[in-house]
Design a protein around this ligand. Structure first.
Ligand SMILES: *Cc1c(COP(=O)(O)O)cnc(C)c1O
Length: 439
């Protein structure tokens, strides 16, 4: 038995923290450089509302088609990813009596707009390795009401598109790809966002390509393009770009909503997209390094990446906790101990969708009196397992500047592994308060 040196004592118990770097450890989005700020200033005094799709709005859409290897024909900007998803669901015919199948554990906005269209959401389990919709669960959930399947390329890992597309073809389903975590991800060499009937990328500030607030819908389907455009872009843009003459009749009013992107946000997004390739490469180096350093930490199940995919933006790094390797230590205590070591770590904030009131309700609260099927909480599912065991770490983006910090993170994980028994004893002492009655 070796005795614990002063430096190796858990910081939770008064030892020296393993991580000395000042916080914050994750700084995102990065500050704008001089060129971006100059473009913003110029745009401010040129045009702060673009009615059609000229200027930075058009330029951003063209940049995006380029980013997707020109495998999609249309890109239409929106004021958020959520708005773009609403437009996608509307364009694909979601309405009362129509079900959309989606993953049980993801960010809610991937599916919540369905309720605004009076549609219903059916949740299917995820594959615990990719964290994306499990194709077997998808197939088991299909009914005669199913019209759309939504995949989310969760944390940057592409969904199993071959199998999803095969199931969609066999049952006549439309496919929505939510690529909000997966800018730059590729499946068998081809960019995500180019497989579905419609795909959406959020450009919200936390995303790998950010406008601040914004989203973009891409499609190869003229009908989807026309209906999505009419939903969010009345007047000039609908008059100039809706291809179907009968639909174009509605150009003055569109379909009643205005969901377009501000040109100032488009300027920010163009700079973020231009900076993306270097940042993507840096994320790969950082997270690969972290993955190698913590591969042998017995209480962590590392993040795995399938052979035929590219993780693109690596939106989040979320290994799973294996509690059996630290008996008596639950995830909350592990997080407390890691935080005491100086780590920015937590449990991911998105719960299983079936536990949220909007999904669990048996009435659509947007349209009182309209029945919907309550989504189950899916106890015992892979979604529940991932929700309850994942650890959320910073997505390091600066290479090599972040290398020493990454090495401190790895050192903190290894220190907890060495001090696991100590941590378990602490948990035991905590569980029995000093003044608890004996027996
Ligand atoms: C961020 C996000 C959205 C919503 O995008 P906003 O631009 O914030 O409206 C939808 N789906 C997923 C998976 C997201 O991460």
């Amino acid at each position: 038995m070796t005795s614990t040196s002063a430096d190796d004592r858990l910081a939770l118990l008064g030892g020296r923290p393993a991580i000395g770097h000042p916080r914050p450890h994750e700084m995102w989005p990065p500050p704008g450089d001089a060129a971006e700020l100059a473009d913003l200033a110029g745009q401010r005094n040129t045009d702060i509302s673009i009615k059609g799709s000229s200027g930075p709005v058009r330029a951003l859409e063209e940049d995006f088609l380029d980013f997707l290897d020109h495998r999609v024909r249309w890109a239409v900007t929106f004021n958020s990813g959520t708005s773009a998803l609403l437009a996608a669901y509307f364009a694909l015919g979601v309405r009362e009596g129509v079900d959309v199948i989606g993953p049980a554990l993801t960010y809610h906005a991937a599916l919540s707009p369905v309720f605004a269209l009076r549609g219903d959401v059916v949740l299917a389990d995820i594959d615990p390795a990719t964290r994306c919709l499990d194709p077997r669960a998808l197939e088991a959930a299909v009914t005669e009401r199913t019209r759309v399947v939504t995949v989310v390329h969760q944390w940057g890992h592409p969904a199993d598109m071959d199998r999803v597309l095969d199931i969609a073809a066999r049952y006549g389903l439309k496919v929505v790809e939510d690529c909000s975590h997966a800018h730059g991800s590729r499946y068998r060499g081809r960019p995500v966002g180019t497989f579905g009937d419609a795909a959406v990328f959020s450009l919200q500030a936390a995303k790998a390509v950010y406008a601040g607030e914004g989203g973009i819908l891409v499609t190869n389907d003229a009908g989807v393009h026309d209906r999505a455009t009419l939903l969010g872009h009345y007047r000039d843009r609908s008059r100039d770009e809706v291809t179907d003459a009968r639909l174009r009749d509605h150009w003055v009013t569109g379909f009643g909503l205005k969901l377009r992107m501000s040109p100032l946000n488009a300027v920010v997004a163009r700079h973020a997209l231009a900076a993306f390739p270097a940042r993507r490469d840096a994320r790969h180096r950082c997270l690969h390094h972290l993955g190698e350093l913590i591969a042998d930490v017995p209480y962590l199940e590392p993040v795995t990446v399938a052979d035929d995919v590219d993780m693109g933006a690596w939106y989040g790094y979320k290994p799973l906790y294996r509690p059996r390797a630290l008996p008596g230590v639950d995830r909350d205590l592990l997080i407390d101990a890691l935080r005491a070591e100086g780590m920015e770590v937590g449990a991911p904030s998105a719960p299983r969708l079936g536990t949220l009131p909007l999904y669990a309700a048996s009435e659509n609260p947007l349209f009182p009196g309209t029945a919907k099927r309550p989504a189950g909480a899916m106890t015992g599912s892979a979604a529940e397992h991932v929700e309850q065991h994942a650890l959320s770490l910073p997505t390091f983006t600066r290479w090599p500047q972040d290398k020493p910090l990454i090495e401190e993170y790895a050192a903190a994980f290894h220190k907890i592994a060495r001090q696991g028994a100590e941590l378990a004893r602490y948990a035991e002492r905590r569980a029995v308060p000093a003044d608890a009655p004996a027996g």
